[in-house]
Design a protein around this ligand. Structure first.
Ligand code: ATP
Ligand code: PRP
Length: 219
């Protein structure tokens, strides 16, 4: 365990972009401000105005893994990535109500998805959310072949790679720009504060005030 002047150091994992940008004001309210801006700095470990709190910058999908294994005590991750990860070893105390969007099934504008489902068609579905998509379609009894992608899912139906996608939608601009439509909502999504369960037991005195500050900043 790392210490600063007898205090355990708390490590918080964040991803660059919307999660960092929308978490920063909550952290400010908790008295924690990064000393470098991850948008311009190449540093992956950021010191903060609190010498006993540091931030690490990781890919969005890797935040739950860092916290699960205790490489970070806390993290901020979308419910989409948490569901895909499975949540083992994680305590999820606070819905931060940021980075809100929806996980949906989307298809080309001219495609009759409900009809295809009624007819028992086998659909090719491209997504980076393979686990969540598998569970969703299994629960509906829809036969699918899943194709794992890492981004730009909207391209898959336009190029013949897939019939449908499972992806995030916020304003709907990306779907519209690519002549796709949402046909089914799988889950509403927002970012959650996550905590390593063992760290919470061992470092509770240090972590609990931060959780309380986050909770106050959200409400
Ligand atoms: P990477 O950039 O590493 O490939 P990513 O694209 O998932 O990962 P972000 O785009 O920063 O990373 O998304 C992080 C989280 O923000 C997502 O897991 C989701 O919870 C949320 N999110 C993604 N897109 C939107 C959106 N358009 N509007 C609101 N929230 C979103
Ligand atoms: C996300 C998501 C969609 C888009 C939806 O992509 O994967 O493509 O936002 O938002 P909208 O409904 O408001 O258009 P993002 O902007 O994060 O780009 P990237 O993940 O492809 O980098």
């Amino acid at each position: 365990m790392l210490f600063f002047r007898g205090l355990p150091v708390i490590t918080l994992a964040l991803s660059k972009g919307r999660i960092y940008d929308q978490t920063a004001p909550l952290l400010d309210a908790a008295g924690v401000t990064a000393r470098d801006d991850p948008a311009t700095s190449r540093k992956l470990i950021l010191a903060t105005t609190r010498p006993d709190v540091r931030l690490i910058i990781v890919r969005a999908a890797d935040v739950p893994t860092y916290v699960q294994y205790g490489a970070a005590d806390l993290g901020v991750a979308g419910k989409d990535t948490l569901d895909e990860h499975g949540g083992q070893g994680l305590y999820q105390p606070i819905d931060l109500q940021i980075a809100r969007c929806r996980l949906v099934v989307a298809v080309p504008e001219g495609f009759d998805y409900q009809r295809a489902v009624r007819q028992g068609a086998r659909l090719r579905v491209a997504t980076k959310y393979a686990r969540t998509a598998r569970e969703h379609f299994a629960a509906k009894g829809v036969h699918v072949d899943l194709i794992k992608l890492y981004g730009s899912m909207e391209l898959a139906p336009l190029t013949g790679l897939a019939d449908a996608i499972v992806d995030l939608v916020d304003t709907g601009n990306t779907l519209r720009a690519n002549r796709l439509k949402a046909v089914e909502e799988i889950a509403p999504v927002s970012a959650r504060l996550i905590v390593n369960q063992a760290a919470l037991r061992v470092k509770r005195a240090a972590i609990q005030p931060l959780l309380d500050a986050f909770a106050r900043a959200v409400s």
